[in-house]
Write a protein that binds this ligand. Structure first.
Ligand code: ATP
Length: 429
């Protein structure tokens, strides 16, 4: 982890937020490469879950919502973690994360657990009075639920259908940490799929499979991914079943996504608190009912950390980030063998030809070997080198990041060659 974190900082993937002021605990900034990687993850999720399906539409709802939303959803009363303090060293922990009854750092005695609400409060309008208290959303899902009826009517959707959203969420976590794994500001990719009671179990299983397949389609090592069913003590009182997808990080097996069969709790609560009818009428069966929700909730930052950890390989001669080409920040790097104007002109020409199709970068500093290493470390799948022979025969050397094998390709066929190699087709059922 330490070497990965230092690579992330050095190469411009991720830095501590506000670093020049000493940093802000548990908040992170994505640099040029991190921003690209993050966009690619979100695009891959949106593509597989919205664009390739005809039963899911997207949404982008606001972070600040009416405070009654959180009363209805149960977050105001129940979105709490049990907090304990060490009486000796004053360290603070989440009681449900501790395996010992005394402080794991100093062995000191711990206080009784206190419930701590994780929602950040702020004020709407210029006067800091109670009436104007609002919360930064701790999950994106509620925006989908409260807009359920509007979205269904506007899109003329029939159950089963889903609404997908990607956006920031905020939780005042008691014990953030493990780099970007648990932070206080993060992004989520959430899918709420609305079904009838009859079909609910089947859709739940389908979504567990679909989400599992999505990670594998992006190259994640299946031996490091597992499904874990929640035990009865972990399940929310309204939920029927929940599976966590877990990844084996250097700090242990940890949840990267939760897929839950939530019953009709969410919509029922909003019906109760808003007084609005959010039921659904099925004109095929002549039934009116409150839909059941199957939810797939993933963290963008956590997925990003997962893909980074999984791709980070330290070989004797080099460090290589074996990211799936779909996720790689740059798809190809183009080098002139030497800093000669005629070679550089050809590099520019190739760049102009490729850059409308995918992001590419050029580099003419240092030896070719050094340039390869630099690209390996940031996960660029292909390096293209223009040499003196290229000027004669119109062919360039294309080197594969993972195998380091090199082939000569004519510049005319280069784009098609790369498109073929970079292709990605997730399984959609
Ligand atoms: P935990 O019990 O570990 O605090 P949770 O089970 O409450 O987490 P969910 O509410 O199910 O988490 O959140 C769904 C997903 O959102 C998680 O699987 C994770 O990927 C992401 N996520 C949740 N909290 C954080 C956080 N503090 N930092 C980064 N990602 C998070």
């Amino acid at each position: 982890m330490d070497r990965l974190i230092s690579m992330c900082k050095q190469r411009g993937f991720i830095y501590q937020s506000s670093e020049i002021y000493g940093g802000l605990n548990s908040c992170w900034d994505y640099g040029p490469l991190g921003a690209e990687l993050k966009r690619n993850i979100k695009d891959a999720w949106w593509y597989a879950n919205v664009h390739l399906r005809d039963d899911v539409v997207g949404a982008d709802t606001s972070i600040l919502m009416h405070p009654d939303v959180w009363r209805a959803s149960g977050h105001l009363a129940n979105f709490t973690d049990p907090l304990v303090d060490c009486k000796q060293c004053k360290r603070r922990y989440r009681a449900d994360h501790l395996s010992t009854e005394v402080c794991p750092e100093c062995g000191g005695e711990l206080t009784e657990p206190r419930q701590f609400n994780l929602m950040f409060k702020t004020f709407l309008g210029p006067v800091e009075e109670d009436a104007a208290v609002v919360y930064l959303r701790p999950e994106t899902a509620q925006g989908i639920f409260v807009d359920f009826k509007l979205t269904q009517a506007a899109s003329r959707l029939r159950i089963p259908f889903g609404i997908a959203q990607i956006g920031k969420s905020f939780r005042n976590e008691v014990s953030p940490g493990n780099f970007i794994f648990r932070s206080r500001e993060f992004e989520q990719m959430e899918l709420e799929f609305f079904v009838s009671e009859r079909d609910a179990d089947e859709w739940f299983e389908r979504w567990v499979e679909a989400r599992w397949n999505w990670y594998l389609s992006l190259g994640l090592n299946p031996n490091k991914l597992r499904k874990r069913a929640h035990g009865p003590d972990e399940l929310a009182h309204y939920a029927k079943a929940c599976f966590d997808l877990e990844y084996e990080f250097p700090f242990g097996w940890q949840e990267i996504e939760g897929i839950a069969h939530r019953g009709n709790f969410d919509l029922s609560q909003h019906i109760k608190h808003s007084g609005k009818d959010l039921s659904y009428f099925d004109d095929r069966t002549n039934e009116r009912y409150v839909p059941i929700v199957v939810e797939a909730s993933a963290g963008v930052d956590r997925a990003l950390l997962t893909f980074l950890v999984d791709a980070f390989v330290e070989e004797p001669e080099r460090v290589v980030l074996k990211l799936h080409p779909k996720l790689a920040p740059y798809k190809a790097a183009i080098f002139p063998l030497q800093k000669k104007p005629e070679l550089q002109a050809m590099v520019e020409k190739i760049k102009e030809d490729l850059k409308y199709d995918f992001p590419v970068i050029t580099d003419d500093t240092g030896s070719i070997g050094k340039r390869y290493r630099r690209q390996d470390e940031i996960g660029t799948p292909y390096c293209i080198t223009v040499d003196f022979e290229s000027l004669e025969d119109g062919q360039v050397t294309v080197r594969d990041r993972d195998t380091m094998a090199q082939v000569r390709i004519s510049t005319e066929g280069l784009k098609a060659y790369l498109h073929d190699k970079l292709q990605w087709r997730p399984v959609v059922k």
